[in-house]
Write a protein that binds this ligand. Sequence first.
Ligand SMILES: [Zn+2]
Ligand SMILES: [Zn+2]
Length: 193
Amino acid sequence: MLVLIDEIGSEESVLREELSESFLQGVLSGEGPATGLRPAGKGSFEARLQKVSGKVLLHGSARFPIVGACKRCVAEVKVEVPVGFTLSLVQRPSIVEVGPGESEPRAFKDEEGTAASFALEAAEEEYFDGRQIDLAPILREQLLLALPMSLLCDEECKGLCTVCGCDLNKRECGCDRKPADPRWAALKDIKLS
Ligand SMILES: [Zn+2]
Ligand SMILES: [Zn+2]
Protein backbone atom coordinates (compact mmCIF):
# COMPACT_ATOMS: atom_id res chain seq x y z
CA MET A 1 0.00 0.00 0.00
CA LEU A 2 2.63 2.46 -1.07
CA VAL A 3 1.69 5.90 -2.26
CA LEU A 4 4.20 8.12 -4.01
CA ILE A 5 4.20 11.67 -2.70
CA ASP A 6 4.60 13.09 -6.19
CA GLU A 7 1.38 11.41 -7.27
CA ILE A 8 -0.67 13.21 -4.65
CA GLY A 9 -1.95 16.56 -5.79
CA SER A 10 -3.92 19.40 -4.28
CA GLU A 11 -7.01 17.70 -5.70
CA GLU A 12 -8.17 14.75 -3.70
CA SER A 13 -7.20 11.38 -5.10
CA VAL A 14 -8.89 8.16 -4.09
CA LEU A 15 -7.29 4.80 -3.51
CA ARG A 16 -9.38 1.69 -2.95
CA GLU A 17 -7.97 -1.57 -1.69
CA GLU A 18 -9.44 -4.88 -0.81
CA LEU A 19 -8.26 -6.11 2.58
CA SER A 20 -7.43 -9.78 2.31
CA GLU A 21 -8.24 -12.18 5.08
CA SER A 22 -4.54 -12.79 5.65
CA PHE A 23 -3.87 -9.06 6.05
CA LEU A 24 -6.73 -8.85 8.58
CA GLN A 25 -5.48 -11.99 10.32
CA GLY A 26 -2.09 -10.31 10.67
CA VAL A 27 -3.70 -7.24 12.22
CA LEU A 28 -5.77 -9.24 14.70
CA SER A 29 -2.99 -11.57 15.75
CA GLY A 30 -0.16 -9.04 15.63
CA GLU A 31 1.84 -7.74 18.54
CA GLY A 32 -0.13 -6.30 21.42
CA PRO A 33 -2.70 -7.96 23.61
CA ALA A 34 -4.46 -10.97 22.12
CA THR A 35 -7.82 -9.92 20.75
CA GLY A 36 -9.39 -13.37 20.53
CA LEU A 37 -10.90 -12.16 17.27
CA ARG A 38 -10.43 -13.42 13.75
CA PRO A 39 -11.46 -12.13 10.36
CA ALA A 40 -14.71 -13.44 8.92
CA GLY A 41 -13.91 -12.58 5.33
CA LYS A 42 -12.42 -9.81 3.27
CA GLY A 43 -12.64 -6.14 4.12
CA SER A 44 -12.40 -2.95 2.16
CA PHE A 45 -10.40 0.22 2.53
CA GLU A 46 -10.69 3.59 0.91
CA ALA A 47 -8.11 6.34 1.29
CA ARG A 48 -8.62 9.87 0.10
CA LEU A 49 -5.34 11.75 -0.16
CA GLN A 50 -4.70 15.40 -0.77
CA LYS A 51 -1.78 17.77 -0.38
CA VAL A 52 -2.59 20.71 1.85
CA SER A 53 -0.12 23.26 3.21
CA GLY A 54 2.87 21.04 2.66
CA LYS A 55 1.31 18.06 4.35
CA VAL A 56 -0.76 15.16 3.17
CA LEU A 57 -4.29 15.02 4.44
CA LEU A 58 -5.56 11.45 4.63
CA HIS A 59 -9.20 10.51 5.11
CA GLY A 60 -9.44 6.78 5.56
CA SER A 61 -12.47 4.58 5.82
CA ALA A 62 -12.65 0.83 6.03
CA ARG A 63 -14.98 -2.01 6.91
CA PHE A 64 -14.08 -5.52 7.87
CA PRO A 65 -15.96 -8.52 9.29
CA ILE A 66 -14.77 -10.26 12.46
CA VAL A 67 -15.86 -13.19 14.57
CA GLY A 68 -15.34 -13.60 18.27
CA ALA A 69 -17.04 -14.88 21.38
CA CYS A 70 -19.96 -13.15 23.09
CA LYS A 71 -18.62 -11.90 26.42
CA ARG A 72 -21.66 -13.27 28.28
CA CYS A 73 -22.55 -16.59 26.66
CA VAL A 74 -19.38 -17.25 24.57
CA ALA A 75 -21.48 -17.98 21.47
CA GLU A 76 -19.76 -17.02 18.23
CA VAL A 77 -20.65 -13.51 17.09
CA LYS A 78 -19.95 -11.98 13.71
CA VAL A 79 -19.84 -8.21 13.32
CA GLU A 80 -18.81 -5.75 10.68
CA VAL A 81 -16.37 -3.18 12.07
CA PRO A 82 -16.56 0.32 10.59
CA VAL A 83 -13.38 2.41 10.63
CA GLY A 84 -13.01 6.10 9.93
CA PHE A 85 -10.03 8.35 10.53
CA THR A 86 -8.35 11.55 9.41
CA LEU A 87 -4.62 12.03 9.68
CA SER A 88 -2.19 14.70 8.69
CA LEU A 89 0.91 13.07 7.24
CA VAL A 90 4.07 15.08 7.64
CA GLN A 91 7.34 14.37 5.97
CA ARG A 92 10.10 13.93 8.50
CA PRO A 93 12.68 16.65 7.83
CA SER A 94 15.80 15.17 6.27
CA ILE A 95 19.27 16.68 5.86
CA VAL A 96 18.95 16.56 2.10
CA GLU A 97 15.65 18.36 1.85
CA VAL A 98 16.06 20.99 4.51
CA GLY A 99 18.35 23.77 3.41
CA PRO A 100 20.46 25.93 5.78
CA GLY A 101 18.29 28.19 7.90
CA GLU A 102 15.19 26.21 7.12
CA SER A 103 13.68 24.26 9.93
CA GLU A 104 10.94 22.62 7.94
CA PRO A 105 10.81 20.94 4.58
CA ARG A 106 9.56 23.17 1.82
CA ALA A 107 5.83 23.23 1.48
CA PHE A 108 4.23 21.59 -1.52
CA LYS A 109 1.77 24.38 -2.04
CA ASP A 110 -0.03 26.70 0.29
CA GLU A 111 -3.75 26.85 0.38
CA GLU A 112 -4.69 28.58 3.59
CA GLY A 113 -8.27 28.97 4.59
CA THR A 114 -9.70 26.05 2.65
CA ALA A 115 -11.91 23.42 4.25
CA ALA A 116 -9.09 20.94 3.73
CA SER A 117 -6.61 23.04 5.68
CA PHE A 118 -9.04 23.27 8.59
CA ALA A 119 -9.42 19.50 8.55
CA LEU A 120 -5.65 19.30 8.48
CA GLU A 121 -5.26 21.45 11.58
CA ALA A 122 -7.65 19.26 13.52
CA ALA A 123 -6.05 16.01 12.40
CA GLU A 124 -3.52 14.04 14.35
CA GLU A 125 -0.04 14.08 12.82
CA GLU A 126 1.82 11.05 11.62
CA TYR A 127 5.33 11.10 10.12
CA PHE A 128 6.68 9.45 7.04
CA ASP A 129 10.15 9.28 5.51
CA GLY A 130 11.26 9.68 1.95
CA ARG A 131 9.11 10.18 -1.10
CA GLN A 132 6.46 7.61 -0.37
CA ILE A 133 3.92 6.76 2.28
CA ASP A 134 3.22 3.20 3.32
CA LEU A 135 -0.44 3.09 4.27
CA ALA A 136 -0.30 -0.47 5.63
CA PRO A 137 1.10 0.30 9.12
CA ILE A 138 -1.18 3.34 9.43
CA LEU A 139 -4.18 1.25 8.50
CA ARG A 140 -3.14 -1.59 10.81
CA GLU A 141 -3.06 0.78 13.76
CA GLN A 142 -6.43 2.32 12.88
CA LEU A 143 -8.09 -1.09 12.46
CA LEU A 144 -6.88 -2.08 15.92
CA LEU A 145 -8.20 1.15 17.42
CA ALA A 146 -11.59 0.49 15.84
CA LEU A 147 -12.01 -2.99 17.31
CA PRO A 148 -14.89 -3.32 19.74
CA MET A 149 -13.85 -3.79 23.38
CA SER A 150 -16.13 -6.78 23.67
CA LEU A 151 -18.75 -8.55 21.62
CA LEU A 152 -22.33 -9.32 22.55
CA CYS A 153 -24.53 -11.73 20.59
CA ASP A 154 -27.48 -9.62 21.68
CA GLU A 155 -27.96 -6.67 24.05
CA GLU A 156 -30.38 -8.91 25.94
CA CYS A 157 -28.03 -11.90 26.13
CA LYS A 158 -28.65 -13.64 29.44
CA GLY A 159 -25.23 -15.28 29.54
CA LEU A 160 -24.29 -18.52 31.22
CA CYS A 161 -25.53 -19.78 34.57
CA THR A 162 -22.80 -19.12 37.14
CA VAL A 163 -23.69 -22.33 38.94
CA CYS A 164 -24.12 -25.00 36.25
CA GLY A 165 -22.81 -23.19 33.18
CA CYS A 166 -25.83 -23.76 30.98
CA ASP A 167 -26.74 -21.18 28.34
CA LEU A 168 -29.57 -19.17 29.86
CA ASN A 169 -30.67 -17.98 26.43
CA LYS A 170 -31.61 -21.55 25.62
CA ARG A 171 -33.12 -22.73 28.88
CA GLU A 172 -33.60 -21.78 32.48
CA CYS A 173 -31.86 -24.38 34.62
CA GLY A 174 -33.49 -23.38 37.88
CA CYS A 175 -30.21 -22.99 39.80
CA ASP A 176 -30.13 -20.63 42.77
CA ARG A 177 -27.94 -17.84 41.44
CA LYS A 178 -28.79 -15.24 44.07
CA PRO A 179 -25.63 -13.49 45.17
CA ALA A 180 -24.72 -14.23 48.77
CA ASP A 181 -26.04 -11.76 51.33
CA PRO A 182 -23.32 -9.07 51.59
CA ARG A 183 -23.76 -8.96 55.39
CA TRP A 184 -22.48 -12.52 55.56
CA ALA A 185 -19.81 -12.19 52.87
CA ALA A 186 -17.18 -11.06 55.38
CA LEU A 187 -17.65 -14.26 57.35
CA LYS A 188 -16.55 -16.29 54.34
CA ASP A 189 -13.03 -14.98 54.74
CA ILE A 190 -12.74 -15.93 58.38
CA LYS A 191 -10.86 -19.17 58.76
CA LEU A 192 -11.70 -21.21 61.77
CA SER A 193 -8.68 -22.78 63.31
ZN1 LIG B 1 -24.41 -14.01 24.24
ZN1 LIG C 1 -27.72 -23.39 36.29
